[in-house]
Design a protein. Sequence first.
Length: 177
Amino acid sequence: MKSFFIFSLFSIVVLPFFIFESIRFHSLYETCKKIHHENEMLLAGTDCNSFERHQFAKKHKMCLEIEEEQKITPFWCAWHRLWNEGEPLRVWKMFTESYWMLLGLSCFIIYMCFSSWNHTKTLSMQKEMYQETLATVQSLPRLEHIEEHHEQNQRHHHHRIGLVPSRVGDMDHRRFA
């Protein structure tokens, strides 16, 4: 049952999320490759030569930004954009930017810790009870001793059987030893 739950959770939630995010990553990777190529063309072109940079401050600033962008590979650019535009960051911000959500999350974590502590305490009590029961059972006389004692009682009981009737009709057949 537990493995079925894990499998269904995986197939309903994790697998579609992974597929969706991998498609998004591929799309972002292609976009980042295109931007990386365009930046290379701009840096190699006439807009970012030393004369234009010296002459126009805006072009110099633009070329510095392009050079900074080029330091990041298209792969890391895609990962960065995937994180910044993705649902995990939105959920993270939803929990960390709201005081009410932080309070609720903190209360939930405290409850789970207390519940776990209580469960551990219960398990330790059960373990102690089991060990006490085991010690009690082990301290009892062995089965052989019980059988010997039972046989002795049977022999002793046979001597008394004749004195006390076991059934109502046996009163006439009493034996006195």
